[in-house]
Design a protein around this ligand. Structure first.
Ligand SMILES: C[S@@+](CC[C@H](N)C(=O)[O-])C[C@H]1O[C@@H](n2cnc3c(N)ncnc32)[C@H](O)[C@@H]1O
Length: 269
């Protein structure tokens, strides 16, 4: 994985808010910058509600990025969160941000690959994973690891891509190359793979129209702020983000890529 570059961009964002590298932080200082999924903390509140998070709930966040959702759920909902992130640089920055928020007692950062079996079995009441599974092709293995990590009846919440219709070769190549998304299942296949791993009560909400609007607005807003952002980061970082946001917006606009929110429960088996 090398998609998420310029990890230190968040430091420039904080600096622009008047917060220096050693200043203590609140979760609210960070949420404009540390949510690497669609619809910000509103989506995280949806996840916490769907999972039934209450104080002490043991939550695993798979593909936790800068740790934004993990810190928010720990702070606002009282969960005890293990934040698993593949990229060492993102994990290190996430951990430093968590320390600066005074949340290291309730958010534990773990660097590793969910496919490598790095999380203890039967240890979590719930799993949240926002826009991470799109990077992982082997769904049988992935959902097997999710099921093993949960207690029986543990809940799973996923935000991910799915195929509304077969993607063109150009779309598949663009997703693989620009988004590091090697595989996009249709909904029937997605649900069947979850059920094959022992999940039950699978419920799906089509998020396509909301996410299409979100990624288009994100690209427009980014284009308008380009000069300010070149000053804040640098030209190469802005060009990279511009290309990424444009690619995602244009694939959603073409109508074959969809967004899906899934909830499921680990069966007793
Ligand atoms: C779009 S980002 C989302 C980050 C975070 N969930 C959020 O919403 O802010 C996807 C993250 O998944 C991580 N990731 C991808 N494959 C992974 C894997 N096999 N195991 C753990 N993390 C992974 C990436 O490194 C990246 O940080």
């Amino acid at each position: 994985m090398g998609l998420y570059r310029n990890v230190d961009r968040v430091m420039a964002d904080l600096q622009a808010s008047g917060l220096g590298p050693d200043d203590p932080l609140s979760v609210a200082d960070l949420t404009p910058f540390d949510q690497y999924h669609y619809e910000g903390t509103e989506a995280v509140d949806d996840a916490a509600t769907a999972l039934g998070v209450s104080p002490g709930f043991r939550l695993l966040d798979i593909g936790s990025g800068l740790g934004g959702p993990a810190r928010y759920i720990a702070d606002r909902w009282g969960a005890s969160v293990t934040a698993l992130e593949l990229q060492p640089d993102l994990n290190e920055t996430a951990e430093a941000l968590t320390n600066r928020c005074g949340l290291s007692e309730v958010v534990t950062h773990l660097n590793g690959d969910i496919l490598a079996g790095v999380v203890p079995a039967g240890s979590f009441d719930g799993i949240v994973s926002m826009l991470c599974f799109l990077h992982i092709e082997n769904r049988a293995e992935l959902f097997g690891h999710c099921a093993r990590a949960l207690v029986p009846d543990g809940q799973l919440f996923i935000d991910d891509y799915f195929a509304l219709a077969p993607l063109t070769d150009v779309e598949q190549a663009s997703l693989a190359d620009k988004v590091l998304c090697p595989y996009v299942p249709d909904l029937k296949t997605y649900v069947a793979d979850l059920e094959a791993a022992g999940f039950v009560d699978v419920e799906a909400t089509d998020k396509t129209s909301d996410w299409k609007a979100f990624v288009n607005d994100r690209f427009d807003a980014f284009s308008q702020r380009r000069p300010e952002l070149v000053d804040r980061y640098d030209e190469a970082t802005v060009n990279g983000l511009d290309e990424f946001y444009e690619s995602v917006a244009s694939i959603f606009s073409a109508g074959r890529l969809g967004g899906i929110r899934l909830t499921a429960r680990r069966g007793q088996g």
